[in-house]
Each structure stands twice: as structure tokens, then as C-alpha cells.
Design a protein around this ligand. Structure first.
Ligand code: GDG
Length: 479
């Protein structure tokens, strides 16, 4: 067994919660990266003096552990070859498409797998070095599925939790993976394996029974060494109060008015905000909208579709192809249907600060979220959190995890273009009472089930799975 370190809580994630920035005088510094995971985990990190292990992005090699905004961060360097084989390759061109219903064809390459194993081992060794005796280690997401077992081999005293942020596929698809057994065994190193939805947990348990031959009962897996692993659903959420506060601020209100003005004060603004990813259904959504304009149901004088596509994974070929496809589609649509100063689609390939996101949510009348498959989709929840006047409509794919909770959205099948057109039109024509009824119910759900509740419930469950073992993580002190 490796000798223990001093951290009672260790978070292991592919990325650190900070990005590299260069100050005006040229010195390098750090900035908190946008995204919910930091907000979720930060309070528990602080309450337990936690440590976060992750890749800081880029290829800097000699970064030392550092403190940022009171958080202990441990950077894991990544070489060019590892970025190519582990990150862009096995994580984003094998696992990502495989776990998202094979929306794109996954590529299987043995050298990518070898690199995935070695990077996972490095993360596990680092966690083993830093965790104190009986500490809790919480491993995140598809890039690090081998870490739980590798870590358990090094440090059997630890309480280990794993959370998967993306869907866990049905056996029929997962079976394609040449290294399916190794991944399942990697995950079984955890005491608790968390998924977004009950379906993911069920897929996992079924696969473990079929492929690894362990005895299972409901959400429990019984291992031959006497250990029990629990699989459960923990739907992730957002800092709902934080988003609402931002949306209520004067600066955001002003900016929302400016956005509407810049768009020519149309009666209705449709909005899509996604990472530019083929799972998000951006192409099909824009086609559906453009057909409504073409058919005469929507006039460009009255409405505009604002699509923000945040740059993502730009070195992976499928992402470059998608970007070109969408550029072309938007060009065609606007060329055919737009008028001077009145494009059908206002398209931005760019990322924005959180305040701008909140202003867009405030400005938009109809939020359109139509992924082919999505673990949760936080954008849908953020929109709801920002609509403090209980107005605005949400059109949401049935295949986003969020659809399980946001039942009052206009739910659509993103493969059904006509179905999407009808839902967009219904939302477009809905009266104020209908909008309020739906939005109120969705707001109640998002406010009651926020990201703090998510983190607490996972960690409480993890403590309960191994009650007689180790130290207990202190709940976060939340305002
Ligand atoms: C994965 C799973 C699951 C986006 N553009 C900007 C920006 N964002 C923020 C959004 C939101 C987050 O990024 C995106 O989260 P999503 O959930 O929508 O999607 P993924 O990135 O695919 O996330 C997903 C999630 O993990 C959590 O478990 O829900 O299913 O795929 O928070 O607001 N933020 C800023 N500027 C941007 O331009 N500041």
C-alpha cells in the first residue's frame, strides 16, 4: 500500500477548474473556468480542505501544485502525444460517440487505448499519493474510468466514488468496445458509481452481470472479495440561485435590452446555446426553424433564431466537419431567407462570459435545446433559473437527461423534423398563462434540486455505502 498523504477529500477530474490566462504585463496566471462542476464542488472542497487533481490544459510540463482562490490544485501535465491519443483520441473519438448512441462512428485504435491506460494510471498514482488514511476520493467522468480500480489496488483504505457526466450506453452499444471488460472492472473499483439517470445505472449493472459475471441485485453488485458496489442515479444540476441573482442584476437587464435592440427588437427571439458538438442536434434544429420561415409560419421581420456555438474539440476531425456543415447551412438559410438587417439566423461561433450568457437567457423568448443524446444538459436548467418572471418557453429534446425533470417543456424527438417544427410553432403561439404555468413548475424543480443538493446527496450516499469505514466528509457550509 502506498503511504498516505494529507488530503481528506480528493477530486480527480480530467480538467482542473481553472484556465491559463496571461495578464496585461505578460505574466501567466489562472482564472476559474466557466462551468458547473467547480460551483458544485467548491463548497465541499473548502469544508474539507480538499485537493483537486486535473489537467490544466495545454502542454506546460513543470507546473507545481498551487493554491487558487483558497483551493488546492494539483496540475497533471499532458504531452502532445497524450493530448492526441488519450484526450482527442480515446476520450473524444472513441468513448464520447460510443456513449452518445453512436451518433457519430466511434474509432477504435489500440495505441489510443494504451495511452488511456497510462494516463489513468498516472492520475490514480497521484490520488494515492495525496489522499490521507481513509480519505474520500471522488473521480469524475469518462476520461478516467480506470482510476477507481487502479486507486483501490494502491490504497484499499480509501472510500472511492465515481460520477459519469455523460450517458452510460445500453449493452448493445457498449459491447462494441474491445476493452469493455477492462472499463467495467475499472469502474467497479469504486464504492459508489453515480450516473445522471436510473437508465444509465441499470445499463451498468446489467453489463457487469453479463460481461464480468458478478452477482447483482437491483442497484448492488457483489464482488468475490466481499465488497459491494452501488450504482445509482444522481441527476446533476446548476447553481440556480446564483444564476437567478445574475439574471436579476441591473447590468444583465441592461445587456439583455441591448441584445434585443441590436437584433432589431423582434417580437420573438429563439435561442440555442451549445458546445459545437454533433450530439447537440444544432443542424437539425436550424433546418426545422428555417423550414418554418420558408413555409411562411414565421416571418424574419418578427423573429430571429440566435445560435451560439461554443468552440469545442477543434482538432478532432468530426468536429471540424460539423463546423463547416453548420457554417454552410447558416449561409444558405440566411442567403435564401434573410432580408437586409434581418437574418433568419444570427450565428456566433464564440464563447462568452457568464454575464453575457445570463443576458442571452433573459433576452430569449424561446430556448431551443435539441440534443440527440445528452447526459443532462445544463443550458436548459440555466434558462429556467434565469426566467424569474416565469415567462419564456423551453423546447427540449426527450433525449436530454433534463427531460426527466423538466416535464413541462415542449418535449421533442430531435430526429423528427416535422415534430420539432410543430413544437416550435406551439411554443411560438403559446399564450402567457400557458407559459407561466409551465415555467413555474420547471422553476420549482430546478430551484429545489440545485447543484449543492446534487453534490451533498452523492457524498452522503458514498459515506453510507461504506459506513464503518474511513472518515466522513463534512457537508458543505452553504449560505
Ligand atoms: C457535459 C454533458 C452534462 C457553454 N458555452 C459557454 C458556457 N457554457 C456553459 C453552459 C453550461 C455548460 O457550459 C455546458 O453544459 P451542458 O450540460 O449543456 O453540456 P456539456 O458541455 O456537453 O456537459 C452534459 C454536463 O456535462 C454536466 O454533467 O449536463 O450532458 O455532456 O453550464 O452555460 N459558459 C460560458 N460561456 C460560454 O460561451 N461562460
Amino acid at each position: 500500500m502506498a503511504s498516505p498523504g494529507s488530503a481528506d477529500l480528493v477530486i480527480v477530474a480530467n480538467r482542473l477548474p481553472v484556465d491559463r490566462v496571461t495578464d496585461s504585463d505578460g505574466t501567466p496566471g489562472w482564472r476559474t473556468s466557466p462551468g458547473g462542476l467547480v460551483t458544485a464542488i467548491e463548497p465541499v472542497m473548502r469544508a474539507n480542505d480538499g485537493t483537486w487533481i486535473g489537467w490544466p490544459g495545454g502542454t506546460e510540463q513543470d507546473l507545481q501544485p498551487f493554491e487558487f482562490d483558497g483551493l488546492d490544485l494539483v496540475p497533471m501535465a499532458m504531452s502532445d502525444e497524450e493530448i492526441e491519443n488519450f484526450y482527442e483520441g480515446f476520450s473524444n473519438a472513441t468513448l464520447w460517440p460510443l456513449y452518445h448512441d453512436v451518433v457519430a462512428k466511434p474509432a477504435f485504435h489500440r495505441e489510443w487505448w494504451d495511452c488511456y491506460v497510462s494516463v489513468n494510471r498516472r492520475f490514480a498514482e497521484k490520488a494515492a499519493e495525496l489522499a490521507s488514511e481513509g480519505a474520500t476520493v471522488w473521480v469524475h467522468d469518462y476520461q478516467l474510468q480506470l482510476v477507481p480500480q487502479m486507486l483501490r489496488d494502491l490504497r484499499p483504505d480509501l472510500r472511492i466514488g465515481f460520477y459519469l457526466h455523460i450517458p452510460f450506453p445500453p449493452a448493445e452499444l457498449f459491447q462494441q468496445l474491445p476493452w469493455r471488460r477492462q472499463i467495467l472492472e475499472g469502474l467497479l473499483g469504486a464504492d459508489l458509481v453515480g450516473f445522471q439517470l436510473p437508465g444509465g445505472a441499470q445499463n451498468f449493472v446489467r453489463l457487469v452481470r453479463q460481461r464480468v459475471g458478478h452477482k447483482t441485485h437491483r442497484d448492488l453488485v457483489y464482488l468475490s472479495d466481499g465488497r459491494t458496489v452501488r450504482a445509482g442515479a444522481f441527476p446533476i444540476s446548476i447553481d440556480a440561485a446564483g444564476f437567478e441573482e445574475l439574471a436579476r442584476s441591473e447590468a444583465v437587464e441592461k445587456r439583455a435590452a441591448e441584445i434585443r435592440e441590436a437584433l432589431g427588437n423582434p417580437r420573438t427571439i429563439f435561442l440555442g446555446i451549445d458546445r459545437l458538438d454533433y450530439t447537440k442536434g444544432i443542424y437539425a434544429r436550424l433546418r426545422a426553424y428555417s423550414e418554418l420561415v420558408m413555409d411562411g409560419h414565421i416571418d424574419v421581420e418578427d423573429a430571429v433564431f440566435v445560435q451560439v456555438a461554443t468552440p469545442s474539440r477543434e482538432r478532432v476531425q468530426q468536429y471540424r466537419i460539423l463546423r463547416d456543415d453548420i457554417d454552410r447551412l447558416v449561409g444558405h438559410i440566411n442567403g435564401d431567407l434573410g432580408k437586409i438587417g434581418r437574418p433568419a439566423i444570427s450565428y456566433m461561433h464564440s464563447s462568452y462570459p457568464r454575464e453575457e450568457m445570463a443576458a442571452l437567457y433573459r433576452a430569449a423568448d424561446i430556448m431551443v435545446v435539441t440534443p440527440f443524446r445528452d447526459g443532462m444538459n445544463l443550458v436548459a436548467k440555466e434558462y429556467v433559473a434565469c426566467r424569474f418572471e416565469s415567462d419564456g418557453a423551453l423546447v427540449l429534446s426527450e433525449f436530454a437527461g433534463a427531460a426527466d425533470e423538466l416535464r413541462q417543456a415542449w418535449l421533442v424527438n430531435p430526429y423528427d423534423i416535422n415534430g420539432m417544427k410543430s413544437a416550435l410553432l406551439e411554443a411560438y403561439g403559446a399564450n402567457g398563462r400557458e407559459l407561466t404555468r409551465r415555467m413555474k413548475a420547471m422553476r420549482k424543480q430546478v430551484i429545489q434540486h440545485d447543484v449543492a443538493a446534487w453534490a451533498d446527496s452523492f457524498l452522503e450516499e458514498l459515506a453510507a455505502v461504506r459506513p464503518s469505514h474511513g472518515k466522513t466528509v463534512r457537508p458543505a457550509k452553504r449560505p
